[in-house]
Design a protein around this ligand. Sequence first.
Ligand SMILES: Cc1cc2nc3c(=O)[nH]c(=O)nc-3n(C[C@H](O)[C@H](O)[C@H](O)COP(=O)(O)O)c2cc1C
Length: 249
Amino acid sequence: MEKINLGVKAALFPSPVVMCGTYNEDHSVDVMTIAWAGMAASNLVEINILENHKTTDNIKKRKAFTLAVATKELMVPCDYLGVVSGAKVADKFEKSGLTAVKSEFVDAPVINELPLTMECELVSMDKGPEELRIVGKIKNVVAHKAILGEDGKVDVSRIHAIVWDNFKAGYYEVGEKVGQSFRESKKLDSFLAEHKSGLSQLAGWADEKKEETPSAACGTACGAADAEPEKKEETPSAACGTVCGAADK
Ligand SMILES: Cc1cc2nc3c(=O)[nH]c(=O)nc-3n(C[C@H](O)[C@H](O)[C@H](O)COP(=O)(O)O)c2cc1C
């Protein structure tokens, strides 16, 4: 498979799509869409937002915010809340059609229609190179009963959460469960025995076929390394200065 260098890109995929709820000075609700977010510890979340958002002001003043997982069914209002600012449209949240109640745990609103919300208290707000890096401590997570499985735990497949990609700014639904972490690895021996001919084709890249002709860069048959994909180099090989892996032969 030919590899292309894409340069510096935010290539971590997928990004979660979360709706950050805060209160304005007059206690009306503001919500903004955030994709640059993640877990920082089991009870800490991190969001990266620009300083000029109304949300930023609100978090500074109220020291609290909520983060609700956006869903496929409510993708339209969730997207709307990411393109209109509460600084310009005072009743932005009302216009979205969503509704909210005050969190029982922090000074921020919980959106009624979204099924999973983290209620967070501000821990820190640091200036990053382009944005503010805000860390919040989770004081509670509130969930609709409908997304809990029989074991009482959140069943992610019931949420219809959407995630985002930074390449094309698309939304994608989180799909079916395909495995169980820490358990799949136990199948490694039988998995490798089943796929003795190598994993390149199994990975499904249609044109993963080995090149039989010498590459222009190094004059050797670069595809030879594909026979043993686990040895394939990611960095330029000493032999030819390309990522073809010819040095492995
Ligand atoms: C999918 C999506 C993801 C976004 N992610 C972020 C983000 O991570 N950080 C940020 O500063 N703005 C992000 N935005 C833009 C803000 O949501 C947008 O500027 C919003 O209007 C700010 O609202 P506010 O001024 O009422 O706080 C995103 C927008 C969309 C549609």
